[in-house]
Design a protein around this ligand. Sequence first.
Ligand code: FAD
Length: 492
Amino acid sequence: KAVVHWFKSDLRLHDNRALHVASQLARDHKIPLIALYILSPEDFTAHLASPARVDFTLRTLKRLQTDLAELDIPLYMESQEKRKAIPGRIVELCQQWNAKHLCANIEYEVDELRREAKLVRLCAANDIDLALSHDTCVVTPGALSSQQGKQYAVYTPWFRSWLAFLKENPDYLEISEEPGSNPGDARRTLSELFDCKIPAAPGNKQLSDEEKKRFEQMYPAGEHEAFQRLEKFLEKKGREYDKMRSVVAGEHTSALSPYFASGALSARTAVVTAKRANRNFLDRDNNGYVTWISEVAWRDFYKHVLVNWPFICMNKCFKPEHTNIEWEYDLNLFRAWCDGKTGFPIVDAAMRQLKHSAWMHNRTRMVVSSFLTKDLLLDWRRGERYFMENLIDGDFASNHGGWGFGSSTGVDPQPYFRVFNPLRQSERFDPDGEYIRHWVPELRDVKDKAIHEPYNRGAGQIAKKNGYPEPIVEHSEMRNRALERFKRALQR
Ligand code: FAD
């Protein structure tokens, strides 16, 4: 007999709600806990997981397997090509292990909910007790609504309500205990489950050896690494985060997003640790810690949006009237954007950062999403997709939310008439051009303020000699074109 915990994007022992339930059940029934992970190549393809994200997941599994083994808990892993087969396969494995209890954390995206619904039916039919937990958000989706009983579509009142909820319900910030060790004979009775190999990355999600090494160095996997990074960030950068977070050169943000996305770090732990650093206040004093907590809350916000309006999972805009916007589909412009060859140094630096690091600074994510959709008028879905295919922290809800913001088609968007000016953004958030010089080597020798627009500020010759392109569009013209298109669509 056994209890099974099914791992998905919750790859950690610390503060994992469903794992905690599983561990308690195992202890109460004096039976072993088996951990399970099923990789689905079809799922990775359907959800556009980047090779860097897949590699990070596999490396995180390796750490998890080692940590679990120390508790005599086996991590059984396998690959299932067809994702539809997963619920049936889980039930089969439970039967094989004679497990009457299955635990998992809920994932809220539409495909995942359908999969979970199927699992609920199959478990009921096969006499398996399935316990699903809410874990990934600090405040459970559905818990917050306005005084009129409506779901929030704007962040600021939602955040006020989020804070008030946590003050009234401090148990939501309680950290779950890690699982205890399996009974002494688990190593013997489950011996064949202990030497499970980490599944290989599917063929279409492979990294080159050089990339593998690079990402391993940049983002070592596992929850211990995540926690160390969290503590170091809060100690060294937390206090100044509100002032420094938009400066794109250097490291002023936590870079914890890959760890949140894989579940190596729980958002609850992050908020509790930041709160502790802030003398145990969630929102007292408007300082760096409070601002950081409010950023982690954005992650909750977008997941709540996804749960309330699930149609956004279907390539749809949040507001139906935005469906009328007439987008362009010029492949050459799109390629120039992807390759960082638009002639707008801040945009190009950011797109090259993404290619090299599978990550991009939040400020430049806003700049490049606005540039793609307002300056180039290309369909935001192309950008959303490209981000997913390349980010190590690709997360559907946050990515969709970010693209909705940048393109003014989402929930709580930038109003469409507030178009980011790439030049002003560059001067403001990379004042010395350090970020641009780092990522765009063609402009390394360009001096002072010319770095922001070399062709208009006397550095055209250097730029040209080094093969840096002239701007592919004229910002003020494109701004006017975008305003007209938006206006026309919204008047229809
Ligand atoms: P910090 O500044 O240290 O913030 C801490 C954590 O708070 C982040 O790790 C993240 O989990 C959360 N967070 C911060 N800002 C946001 C935000 N605006 N929305 C949601 N969560 C936030 N984030 C992703 O995790 N995955 C994505 O696929 C993603 N796509 C984006 C696309 C666009 C167009 C935009 C504008 C933003 C996107 N973001 C995405 C949000 C944000 O840019 C990243 O979370 C952040 O840059 C990660 O860096 P960090 O860990 O250093 O963040």
